[in-house]
Design a protein around this ligand. Structure first.
Ligand code: PGA
Length: 250
């Protein structure tokens, strides 16, 4: 049985003071919730949010990190810095990193391997653009993103990996994949992981769906066999919208 995992990705929103206020109301709202929840917070906002969320089950994650451990990498943040704060989960390969900042599968793979080597958990994002989907390249794109992104990750280390299937055309657009289309993509990804590893690893793997997840579509998406959670952008920035997503099954 796969435990649902709901993550909010704040992207470049919430200053430290705003994040602290928001985290306090989220902590209050989620009191008693048993769903696995994470908020992925801008780097500088992490300490304030961690402080407020002390004693709660809400995981505080990062949205990115360097592919290098330390050294002359101006403007970068390393796994060691995140761990020192107490952050043990990082989102890698988000489509905005790929599209806006030119991150390639091999670059993302270096980050994945570093995070794993440092004992961190990873939410690895994958997903096709609209033209890739319409051009019939969905499976090809997912195959290369999964294969390249996970290169060198062992079956044992796959316990540290969550995949997030986020069709790029559904992110921030209000256009959600239908539960059936999303489930088909998730089933394909799980099949691929079974081929790359084995059935056991594939069965246990949590695959989140992301792309305009809202209170009114979350239950239909998560009712599907292969959809095990959600990575939520816009709707994670309001407690009123995020709460029913976390409590989708209640
Ligand atoms: P969205 O973002 O929910 O605003 O579409 C999802 C994401 O980018 O993770």
């Amino acid at each position: 049985m796969r435990e649902p995992f709901i993550a909010g990705n704040w992207k470049m929103n919430m200053t430290p003071s705003q994040g602290a206020v928001f985290a306090a109301s989220l902590k209050d709202a989620l009191k008693g919730s048993r769903t696995k929840v994470m908020v992925a917070v801008p780097f500088v906002t992490i300490p304030a949010v961690l402080e407020v969320l002390k004693g709660s089950n809400i995981i505080v994650g990062a949205q990115n990190m360097s592919d290098q451990k330390s050294g002359a990498h101006t403007g970068e943040i390393s796994a060691l810095m995140l761990k020192d704060l107490g952050v043990n989960t990082v989102i890698l390969g988000h489509s905005e990193r790929r599209a806006i900042y030119g991150e390639s599968d091999s670059f993302i793979n270096r980050k994945v391997l570093l995070a794993i080597a440092e004992g961190m958990e990873v939410v690895l994002c994958i997903g096709e653009t609209l033209s890739e989907r319409e051009g019939g390249h969905l499976e090809e794109v997912l195959t290369s993103q999964v294969t390249e992104g996970l290169k060198g990750v062992s079956a044992e280390e796959m316990k540290k990996i969550t995949l997030a299937y986020e069709p790029v055309w559904a992110i921030g657009t209000g256009r959600t994949a239908t539960p059936e289309d999303a489930n088909d993509a998730h089933a394909f990804i799980r099949g691929l992981v079974a081929k790359l590893y084995n059935e056991g690893v594939a069965e246990e793997l949590i695959i989140q769906y992301g792309g305009s997840v809202k209170a009114d579509n979350v239950a239909a998406l998560l009712s599907k066999e292969h959809i095990d959670g959600a990575l939520v952008g816009g709707a994670s920035l309001s407690v009123e919208q995020f709460l029913p997503i976390v409590n989708f099954g209640a």
